[in-house]
Design a binder for this molecule. Sequence first.
Ligand code: ADP
Ligand code: MG
Length: 689
Amino acid sequence: MRLDDFADSVKNVGQERKKKLSKLGIFTVMDLIEHFPRDYDDRSNFRKTDEVVLNEENTVKGIISVKPELLKKGEFQIVRAKIYDDKGILEAVWFNQPYLKNTLKVGKEYIFTGKAVLKYNSIQLVSPDFEIFGEKELLSSGRIVPVYALTAGLSQKVLRSLIKSVIDETIEQIDEFIPERIRKKYKLCGRKFAVFNIHFPENDESFFAARKRLVFEELFLLQTKLLMIKGFMKKKECGIFIENFDTFDIRKAFPFKLTESQEKVFSEIILDLKKNIAMNRLIQGDVGSGKTAIAMMVSYIMAKNGFQTVLMAPTDVLANQHFESFSNIFTNLGIKCVFLSGGLKKSEKRRAYESIELGVADIIIGTHAVIQDAVKYNNLGLVITDEQHRFGVRQRGKLAQKGDNPHILVMTATPIPRTLALILYGDLDISIIDKLPPGRQKIDTSFVNSSYYERIYNFIGKEIQKGRQVYIICPTIENGEKNELKAVEEYSEKLRAEVFPNYRVECIHGKFKADYKNYIMEEFSNNNIDILVSTTVIEVGINVPNATVMLIENAERFGLAQLHQLRGRVGRGSEKSYCILVSDSKNKTAKERMKIMTKSNDGFEISEKDLNLRGPGDFFGTRQHGIPELKIANLYKDIEILRLVQKASEELYIDDPTLEKEENKKLSDEIERFFSKAERFDFNITTTQ
Ligand code: ADP
Ligand code: MG
């Protein structure tokens, strides 16, 4: 058997099991070996029959004393056996597995593992796993037992024995690919040892050694490849010399006082600017926490010291809104803001380029257009990207290359596990705005089905009468034949004609021209539109504090992080705000996800729960950021190992940047293999809606 053979070359795997394995992403022998346990069960300590603890899992060694009986109770067939040891007798029962009556042999010694319950005054083990003691090596008891992700029709026991037999047969083929020098330096165990012990650890020590090695290996492949793509992101000296830190005027221009949280983050930035090393900082703050104000403060300092700032936003609509709000503050302060997007007329673009190149423009705000080669900055001091999660690594890199080592500030509302941030952003420092501005109220969120429409529309009508505004989000622009989803155009037409004839209902989506979108957003901002029906184009950043209702149709279609972003469009002022999620989905997970939304207003908590629901195979953010799925490294917990990995791959990169040396050949091949499995590895995910 070879490692790249198909799974059905494994003993006891026929077409049926092959199919089931493929559901777990297992196609080859190697896949089976890399199906690492998702958990472990410590069954290494046996309990005597008189030591069994109720309502807990117990592992008991004992002999079957009399022939097990088969009982029928209604629909159930129950096999009942008696187990004895030198301390007494215990009962065990199994449901609907009548054949066990003959499998379990009188007089034989077995190890049983199962939950103990009290039934009619006697203690029973319920459907325990069992293995014969002493015949061959135990897999499901008497040791630390692996617990695998399963699929219907494939049990832990079967998977354990398949994996064990494959490992026994192929362990010699498992090849080392981390260069010995690195293995020695970072005290990593060998690959064979690691693979064996991650599945069947002999003790805690060998488990930890195995896990460290495999986590290191996985992150090392990832990190080395990233270094090869991005190049080395060492802290760079920068010649941006700031003397004037006076912020009196801009503070006066704000209609509010910065919160303590904002002040804290701002002071962290100031410390960065006082060093002669380029800042590389991520501001993480939940929707509505006031990131824009901080961006303005820093841009102000730049302008006052004669440096340009460029702010890149992921959508036209958001870029435009930023331009408006920056202009509002800065024009009176004598600081010039310039807008740049792909949608501008040629002549407008030319004018923008000119004022940027000549240094007339102090703050440049736009979409991807700001990174085009045609844009020549005059004295670029600061690069800001807003809603960072919408950009890919390459785009951000390109922006950073503009100018001469400018300071970099990235802002995001999406909580990124620190580890992932380190992987994606290298030496990024993180600042967190952990409190919302005062006066904000919790957004009341409810989850209903379509039988509630009458009530929903009544409620919306009342809010509009109070002077408030409403967003309605639909998953699509136009409907296909099936007509199963709410579509922006059709739905807004219907609302205008039938439901709200007395109110102004407009719609917006990505297919409209930039000019028209801006016009609609402006009208909405000025409260000339009561109801705005939209796709997720307004998902990020949009700020209209008078809007108090967010109605999301076919809510099951959206991810939790996305729902949270969308909901963040309301509750931005002092008025009580509401989010209504409508879904007729019968899917259990979908319903659970909606419930999470109704219970929590906290982006961090939501994304953590989302992660739990989606399971470990789909770590939050990895797919979204276009990196391969990780099999073993935990982005929340393995930060210590990641630090070692970063050091190791930097050393390697300096020594052999293209991995050409003989000693690195195997590593290079393994990197190929690792990334060929990634569905899409483009570092460049942008969404258009
Ligand atoms: P986000 O962090 O989601 O980008 P914004 O920067 O758009 O949030 O801010 C959301 C709203 O909060 C805006 O209306 C902004 O004017 C307001 N805001 C920001 N800082 C404060 C503050 N310190 N006090 C009161 N309101 C604030
Ligand atoms: Mg924002």
